[in-house]
Design a protein. Sequence first.
Lengths: 338, 377
Amino acid sequence: MTETQTQAAAAERPATTTMPLAKALNSALREAMRADEKVLLMGEDIGPLGGVFRITDGLQAEFGADRVLDTPLAESGIIGTAIGLAMRGYRPVVEIQFDGFVYPGFDQIVSQLAKLTARHRGAVSMPVVIRIPYGGHIGAVEHHQESPEAYFAHTAGLRVVSPSTANDAHWMLRQAIESDDPVIFLEPKSKYWSKGEVLAEPAVDLHRTVVAKPGTDVTLVGHGAMVHVLLQAAQIAEREGTSVEVLDLRSLSPIDWAPIVESAQRTGRVVVAQEAPGHVSVGSEIAATVAERAFYSLEAPVLRVSGFDAPFPPAQLEDVYLPDADRVLDAVDRALAY
Amino acid sequence: MSAGTAIRARAAEPIRLLDEDGRIVETDENAEHHALAAQLSTDDRLAMHREMVATRAFDIEAGNLQRQGKLGLWVPSLGQEGGQVGAAWATRPQDTIFPSYREHLIALHRGVEMLQILDIFRGARHGGWDPLETQGMRIYSLVIGTHALHATGYAMGVRLDGRCGTGDAEADEAVVAFYGDGAASQGDASEGLVFAASYEAPVVFFVQNNKWAISVPSSRQSRFPLHERARGFGLDAAWVDGNDPLASFAVTRRMLDAARQGRPGYVEADTYRMGAHTTSDDPTRYRDDAEVEAWRRRDPIERMAAHLRELGVDDAALAAIGEEATEAAADVRRRMLAAGGPASDDIFDHVYSEPHPLMVEQKRALGEFEASFGDER
């Protein structure tokens, strides 16, 4: 590239705006609704209140109660009627108030939403997005801090994604709404108030895994809020002389294997971390697949760091339950010791 | 408390226009419904009879096919044809229908092929048809009660589209969901009533109370009439003789036309499941022959035939309808036995609307695995 070309590229570089992750979601919803009148929002308290996390703040005022539906308090009813609206040609975006409240709608998600396209042999699409604020670190009561991603990633017919940055929150939500398939959109609620730059254009596809930080000695893999713990762990490890690569999964179903396998082949050591319990989890799938596809490159078994296989504890114990940088670094040390 | 004790507060009789012998029943209460039924000409009534007879012949043939090992399962609708034909004729062409899995007559009425229904039960497909090609007849739904919400959501969409409430019954759209007394206990059925009432959705729930949810009597599902329960949710509700095609037509037509104007409704059809729940069921383990025999005297097809004779239709015409039905059933049997099975690719091809790497990879891997056997398989 010539100097002139470089300068031109810089001039054309999309303007960025800095905003909290929550605001990035709000602007994505607003833009999606402006772009397509078939996009509807449904959920509990999403009207005048703007949702308990204010993600839909101001949207009912702009688009009216026919497009921002404050629904009766019934998750199965919300998702079931969203399915009917999708059959009618709408593109509903459903807000589930908290992770642990999605289960009353579980049948409608896994037996209906996920399978209706196949049941119709492709004649009917299900462009429904289900937004779920998930994960811990907010000191809340029971059912408000869970990580239910494995249930959905296990179900054929769904797409499951989780952004970790404001930019991804904005653009991945836009992409999810544009998808003709159902998308479970997991929002890292502990990062709602973290600010970041939002680009004027999407830079990466919905289902791509990206390198959040390059490194050479160990690969750390995670998604959502955990990516920030991994970056913190990487910073500490670097001070101790270990070069750590951090991958932000972004998509949990499908999983973008190429960057993960490629990184594993370079570093030979992989640690997967997540807030969710480890048993039969996304981390398990990554460990198994890396073992299958990068076996001869591995210097150590793929190690998993996760929430314990116990119910999410009362808030005073959440910092014990949730993996922090120390637990990640302990796994890094064990991986390096092989 | 046993499940067999009497249900409280039941109204004396469901709305009935034809008695068990096919004679017109005139009361002060049913005059409005007689007026609606008067829209049906003798030819219409003959056509309704033809649909019931054809469905029953198909139903019996499908049961035979299951017993001969050609279907994995069959779900008979024997005895429920009267309510179904009335409801089917009550819909207007622009209406959308969300069935459960026992609505064979409704499906055939809207143009679904018999073979498409059999495809589900011979293990070839999970759904079988594109609703855009079957005059608004959606596919069967097997998880009890779930589709009550899909129907309600669809009706909410009709309202958002402005395709109801104009006062023009020929153009305004309505939606009807079919389910049964067992499904009425499901949370989704109740949530459907909540959402329908809340959003004034143009939807009618047509509930065939056939008295048995597999082996459990309707008295275990509710001690209180289901249509009264619906009123408690704020819906208009009616109780109709579900073995009376004319009454089912009139009541459902009235409720659907009210729904088009934003008043969701609920029809409880008093009927009886004459056959087993499915071919895997054995009703002799849980119900008396006497009960079944009592309902046999209320057979909707016999009732309609008697009514048609009263209207001057001769026995030869009725016999011809029977022969035609037997022939159609034999024809679908021949066609089903000649039909091929699904291809392995069907497992992957329609799981997602957009390309998905796992589907691509696994389809390719299965293809290579199958090809690796050469001609050995």
